[in-house]
Design a protein around this ligand. Structure first.
Ligand code: GRF
Length: 201
């Protein structure tokens, strides 16, 4: 089972997957790591693990459509069964989404706090509980069918950094568990419900 992972930053979610795939029992391998920018720790992590990498910057293309087309082509070269968006900070276009299933991890309990500042927004709102969501990506922003969620309590003394770090600890574990189960068991999507396991299970 072939995974392509997309990153934009530190890549700690990627690192959790890189560590997990080393066990044969995990049932998947990371065949490439893609990024939307150069010089990020996520790419360095892939290189250290000997995983091929590619960078597709929006700025290198005349527009989003051309970028979407180019990213879809690069991803297709690796023939993935699943793309994992792990801290990838661009909205994927219809060509990518039309060519391969994509799983995303988001540091909030969707539909609460979608978008690029979920942790900051949750703190600003004053919620007592937030968390993370692993979901399939559809054409919207953080709107695809939910696969798994886990709550994380907000502490009085939390700031964006401490809360995000605690959420990321949960997120990494949840993402590894879900991606491993999707690789080993498959999944079916019925409207907004994702059921793990093969249809006739
Ligand atoms: C994760 O919390 C992800 O959900 C959010 O940005 C963070 C990326 O962290 N979009 P990393 O790059 O995996 O360390």
């Amino acid at each position: 089972f072939r995974l392509v992972v997309l990153v934009s930053g530190s890549g700690t979610n990627l690192q959790a997957l890189l560590d997990a795939v080393r066990a044969d029992a995990f049932g998947a391998k990371i065949v490439a790591v893609g990024a939307d920018r150069d010089g990020i720790e996520g790419i360095a992590r892939a290189e250290r693990a000997g995983v091929p990498t590619f960078v597709e910057r929006v700025a290198d293309h005349p527009g989003r459509d051309a970028w979407d087309e180019s990213l879809a082509t690069r991803i297709a070269e690796y023939k993935p069964d699943l793309v994992v968006s792990a801290g990838f900070m661009k909205i994927l276009g219809p060509r990518v989404l039309g060519s391969v299933p994509v799983v995303n991890t988001h540091p909030a309990l969707l539909p609460a706090f979608p978008g690029a500042h979920a942790v900051r927004d949750a703190l600003a709102y004053g919620v007592r509980v937030t968390g993370c969501t692993v979901h399939l990506v559809d054409a919207g922003v953080d709107t695809g069918p939910v696969i798994a969620q886990e709550a994380v309590a907000v502490r009085e003394d939390d700031d964006e950094e401490t809360l995000h770090e605690r959420i990321k600890g949960v997120e990494r574990r949840l993402l590894v568990e879900i991606v491993g189960r999707m690789a080993r068991e498959g999944w079916t999507v019925t409207r907004r419900t994702v059921r793990l396991g093969r249809p006739d299970d």
